[in-house]
Design a protein around this ligand. Structure first.
Ligand SMILES: [Zn+2]
Length: 630
């Protein structure tokens, strides 16, 4: 029982300060159960991947650093190349969220097992520290003695330990582990002591090196423990060279390593809410808007070769095999969640849907498991997948987490209202109100969704269903029971159904879907084709898929098979920039479409457009060069 209650803690008042209640809250992940569909299947495949990993091997770097003989050897790849231990932090997060989502007992057992060992390592170290950074003690000593630049001699050590901080935080908030909170609190106090002798300038020097969301997690620990000094440290650990220009609404992202920046901003936003700081809040929202407007492609991802390329020139995005990185979208979704809950605009959930359906869902092999790092936009290129015992990239860590928490943002609520934001088959148990809601849908393979109520007693409630940006509000149909509504009440981007609900009430919604186009943000003649929110792509062939399942080599995450010439790629020929009306259904049940009259060379005219998230082990065309497209 305690496990369920713990999640409420962050919303309560603590001795030091309190986080202002957000207008909306999510439901505990344990109260949202996925039903049959692509998301449940992805969750199950992820569970197998998670369980195939060996906790003893993930723990080895921590034991070694604490001077305890390891039970087994480290894994290879990034786990023994300097970033030792980063995966264990993600593993705690993945086990915690997977346990919350599915109730899988093996996940909880493994979580407890990992925490026991991490606790032992921390006790052995004796100063509150626990970590996998090789020879970490020497590094931390150098920093505390006034050399913050020491972080640049290692492979992003603060980024590395942030994964453990976040994993412990998730073990506490999602799985209710008090032990995790104890370890986390001691680890936070260690970091407080470590950085206490440093000046603000020295800390800013240290923050030049990638450090994940250290500011965020320090503020979170401050929030849980009520220790204001941790919130103050979180402020000190916020990178001013990013924050200051954002506060002045200046866009200075070009050339920056993208995934270094996004977690910093999630931290700015968390701190903004904790302190009630409007300037930090605006800066976070401005960053989000800038990235989604100027750097985001149709699948919801951003960056090329991990960096923000020139905003007015996406040619590198089209040419290179290192397209959007999955970690970036993981972090953008996290930031989006914060922004949406404090300012419930549907634009945030429109992005969330786009990125979840098209990037995140597509980034795991649907049967064999394995995660994607880069998703090339280059026509006729392909993606490679991780292997559980071989590859330990950042995107493996975030990948394990991504598919474990699909229930996170389907619904939200305040006292009076219940929000349905995503059309994903699921069941919600709103315990406090004695309400269960089942969402039955085959979306996106059907444009309908049905919400049925199971109530202990009649309950007055505003049911708010997101009007997605891809749907024409005039075409939306709503029925309650057998009765079709004549006028669909829409306010603030939501269909609002206010009434006293009774047991077995059912609401059916229909959102007609249409073909749409999304050109690259730089205005160049490259179009991505969508059906509703679903990005459609075409398989060109399955040749030359070198190292499709990556080995443990340092650069195995890049699809290094041959480039096929772009000038020989299938292209669209159309004098009209909007050629969507000429794309015809081929098999609508499967969301398959064709456009033979538009494609050149003619030999490609029978290419089939299908959901990008279904395309695996193949070369594909996701963005089409448009000749005569203006
Ligand atoms: Zn990554």
């Amino acid at each position: 029982m305690q496990r369920k209650l713990i999640w409420l803690l962050p919303f309560l008042c603590f001795a030091g300060y309190r986080l202002p209640a957000q207008p909306l809250q999510t439901f505990p992940l344990s109260k949202v159960t996925l039903l049959d569909g692509p998301f449940l299947r992805a969750q199950q495949v992820d569970l197998q991947y998670i369980l195939s990993l060996d906790p003893d091997r993930l723990l080895a770097p921590f034991l070694k650093d604490a001077g305890i003989p390891p039970l087994k050897e480290n894994y290879g790849n990034w786990e023994s190349g300097g970033l030792d231990g980063h995966t264990a932090g993600h593993y705690l997060s993945a086990l915690s969220t997977m346990y919350a989502s599915t109730g899988n007992g093996e996940c909880l057992q493994r979580l407890d097992y990992m925490l026991e060992w991490l606790d032992s390592c921390q006790q052995k170290n004796g100063n509150g520290y626990v970590g996998g950074v090789p020879n970490g003690h020497a590094l931390w000593k150098e920093i505390s003695e006034g050399n913050p630049k020491a972080v640049s001699k290692r492979w992003v050590p603060l980024y590395n330990i942030h994964k453990l901080y976040a994993g412990l935080f998730h073990a506490y908030t999602y799985a209710g582990s008090e032990k995790a909170l104890d370890i986390l609190t001691r680890l936070t106090e260690w970091f407080f002591q470590l950085t206490a002798p440093l000046t603000d300038d020295q800390i800013q020097e240290m923050l030049k090196v990638e450090h994940g969301g250290m500011n965020e997690v320090l503020a979170q620990v401050g929030q849980i423990t009520g220790e204001k000094k941790y919130l103050d440290l979180a402020v000190r650990m916020s990178h001013r060279s990013l924050l200051d220009p954002l506060m002045q609404k200046k866009v200075t992202l070009e050339g920056l390593h993208a995934n270094t920046q996004i977690p910093k901003v999630a931290g700015f936003k968390f701190i903004a809410d904790a302190k009630g700081d409007r300037d930090w809040d605006d800066a976070s929202a401005f960053f989000w808007k800038t990235v989604t407007d100027q750097w985001t492609v149709s699948i919801g991802g951003n960056s090329v070769k991990e960096h923000f390329h020139p905003a007015r020139d996406f040619s590198s995005a089209i040419q290179l095999n290192e397209g959007p990185e999955t970690c970036n979208t993981y972090n953008m979704l996290h930031l989006t969640e914060y922004l949406y809950l404090s300012d419930p605009q549907t634009v945030y959930m429109d992005y969330y849907e786009k990125a979840l359906f098209n990037h995140i869902l597509s980034s795991q092999h649907p049967t064999k498991g394995g995660f994607v790092y880069f998703t090339p936009m280059r026509p006729r290129h392909y993606r490679v997948y991780s292997q559980p015992q071989e590859t330990f990239w950042c995107c493996v860590g975030t990948g394990m987490e991504n598919h474990a928490k699909y229930g996170q943002m389907i619904y939200a609520h305040d006292e009076q209202s219940m929000y349905v934001n995503l059309f994903i088959a699921s069941q919600l148990d709103w315990k406090d109100k004695g309400i269960q809601i089942t969402q039955n849908t085959r979306f996106p393979y059907s444009n309908k969704t049905a919400l049925s109520f199971q109530l202990q007693e009649p309950t007055r409630l505003d049911l708010k269903i997101r009007v997605p940006e891809w749907a024409n509000p005039q075409e939306i149909r709503v029925s309650i029971g057998k009765r079709k509504m004549k006028d669909v009440p829409i306010a603030g981007g939501y269909i609002v159904l206010s009434r006293e609900w009774r047991d077995e009430d059912e609401v059916e919604l229909e959102f007609p879907m249409h073909i749409g186009l999304e050109y690259l943000p730089d205005g160049s003649s490259w179009a991505s084709i969508k059906y509703g929110p679903v990005v459609l792509a075409a398989i060109s062939d399955s040749t030359g898929l070198d190292s499709l399942f990556a080995s443990g080599s340092r650069w195995g995450h890049i699809a290094r098979g041959p480039y096929y010439p772009i000038e020989e790629s299938p292209r669209v020929v159309s004098v009209q920039k909007d050629f969507s009306a000429r794309i015809k259904p081929f098999d609508k049940e499967k969301l398959e479409f064709k456009m033979p009259a538009l494609i050149r060379p003619k030999k490609y005219k029978n290419l089939i457009l299908r959901p990008f998230f279904e395309i695996h082990e193949a070369r594909y065309i996701l963005y089409w060069p448009v000749d005569g497209g203006g």
